[in-house]
Design a protein around this ligand. Sequence first.
Ligand SMILES: *Cc1c(COP(=O)(O)O)cnc(C)c1O
Length: 399
Amino acid sequence: MTREYHPQTLAAAIGVATDRGHNAVSPPLHLSANYFWRDPEVKPEYDYSRSGNPTRCQLEKALCELEGAARGVIVSSGMAAIDLVLNRVDPGQTVIAPHDCYGGTHRLLSARAKKGQFNVLFVDQTSANAFDEALLCRPKLVLIETPSNPLLRITDIKSCAEKAKAAGAIVVADNTFLSPVLQRPLDLGCDIVLHSTTKFINGHSDVVGGAVLARDAALGEDLAWWGNCTGVTGAPFDAFLTLRGLRTIFPRIERQQTSAGEIVEKLASDERVARIHYPGLKSHPGHEIAAAQQTGFGSMFSVEFAEAVDVLQLLRNMDLFTIAESLGGFESLVCVPSAMTHASMTPEARATAGISERLVRFSIGLEHAEDLALDIFKGLDAAANNASLDASPLLKRAC
Ligand SMILES: *Cc1c(COP(=O)(O)O)cnc(C)c1O
């Protein structure tokens, strides 16, 4: 397909009516493990599903078009995507990652570093000084993840990619939180963009999957080689469902983002809210960078509630928001990071990262924004001790 089409068109139209076997309009699901050769000397386009599969290839092509990549690999999870790119790093070389990266990424990098597979340095990438200092160790690979989870901190992709490349590193961006609908890291100087397609790309909370997409075809080929070699490539059925989910990614994200903005605005004026972390707010420290490098502010935000709010009660008293980890699906989700997604961090590490026990993360789905806002306020009414909102800390301790 030509790049002259709008990305919305690409997401909807890629692979439609291309079936050579039976003229299927929707690309068929090819579950076969192997493919026959018409002649022992003529290798077919596909021979074995670990190395290549037509259904997986459709998804790969669609994601490459949307991210502006030359070649991609569809893998079995977001973690498999991260692990696949780590094959580019040798013992003795260094990986730089954000100190507040996805917990599973932190665990994977730490575990592999502990085995001596490479060195890892976790840095605050929103601090130019800290990042510059880390680059002095000439890393082989720099991983960027923005916005961060759960505080939605914003890293300047263009500036970090430029500096990291000048230091000789491969620059990889985890674009899971925004998807190519709202951010295209390859256009901002990264070499590789990866996804947990479990989140916005599939968007229906029924597949765990991942994707690695390279701007350069040779780098993409190398990653595909490793994908086949290690066997982390994704299942065809997962790719089929993910492509089906991808068809509606634009309308989904546009709707979810509009709703998130409306809900944030309603919450912002409530006295039970101490702070909202949403890059769309002018008061957010990353607002300017987000406005420059993103085409929208997304549908994720987190809220620090006032001390008078019992956040666990808040969660228990909402009906529409499901208490669950993960994000980016059609259904609205809520979690308390300190007790759920980030529970494995020590209290000290959480304090350093700024994740308090009163922080609640919201992933806005496709329900009506008014219903969702009312649901949060209903939860708040049940969870807030309104009488103590104005009380002095001393008084609070007494009662
Ligand atoms: C969920 C997530 C991952 C891990 O993906 P899985 O599909 O769960 O393996 C990686 N990075 C980010 C930012 C995520 O949100």
